[in-house]
Design a binder for this molecule. Sequence first.
Ligand code: PLP
Length: 374
Amino acid sequence: MKHLIYADNAATTKLDIDAFEAMKEFLLDFYGNPSQLYSFSRKTKKAVKEAREIIAGCIGAEPDEIFFTSGGTESDNWALKGFAKKQGRKQIVVSPIEHHAVLNTVQALKRDGYKISFLDVTENGVILPAFLESKINNDTAIVSVMLANNEVGSIEPIKELAKIAHQNGAAFHTDAVQAVGHIEINVNELGIDMLSASSHKFNGPRGIGFLYVKKGTDLYPFMDGGAQEKNMRAGTENVAGIVGMAVALRKNCSILNDRKRYLYELEERLVKGLREKGLDFIRNGAEEHLPGVMSISFKNSDGEMLLHRLDLMGVCISTGSACDSKNTQVSHVIKAIRIPEEYAKGTIRISLSKDNTKEDVDCIVSSLCRALKP
Ligand code: PLP
């Protein structure tokens, strides 16, 4: 296989080796159903309990506030549908730059009679508290704003937004799929009611995630069936996935600051490299952003063409979110933050990880230079 430079870590990440090692015995040897009473299942039951404690510890939650799901999409669906349908208010407030896991969920709720209000957003991809003040009212059931955007990386002022939601009697959910395991998070400091996370975004296995639900938050179960997850999310537990997710999250959280510093250095090198080559581009997003996530718009270019040309050179980047990649149009995020027309179509997302090197960055710069040549 030719040398591959993987720079699409916001789409998914490489499984951490320790997570893989920890999962192995639950795939091959200890496959007992955690709900069974015999001793063979004791180990799996204990592993699920310990994983829940580890995950809760990483975000400042209590273990019984963590519910395992199949990933970010399920967590978002559950939080919004499960909460909205439990109470009488009819308005749902979301940002226009949410992932489709939220946007299409609120569209489904709209078909059930809910009113959806979209917040304004700055040109840097930030939802200012004043934007929420102007949309929220005494019919708002829930406000959902992502902790960090998956395309441009901007980090949102969640603490201030959650406070406004609560002052108006509404609940607050945040899609933290891109943020968990990448920046420090404490659910109590943020003052949120629900938080969605997905393991494959922080070097855990795919197909597993969790929803944090603050104690006392009233939700409908997501899956009806067995008694797993305190009767809230039925189905036999994905024990290996749960264990792998916990190991990966604990490891990522233990190196947050070093990783952040390293990725900011790589970002700086990449931007400097592009400037030195004299390329005409703008970097999108806010000053406060996810380490390693870079949305760059090249003037009079085409993001999809760049993606394919880079692919031929062994470099993986994307045009926007992975779930959007079949759509050749300018993404809803780039539209919402009003990137000038001559740049918008030439937008790509480079998302670096701790496994990327300075040499990778230099190669991305030179590959982009070649790809941009007419
Ligand atoms: N929310 C955000 C912000 C995402 O970036 C993604 C995936 O790209 C999701 C939700 C969906 O997560 P999953 O792939 O685990 O369903």
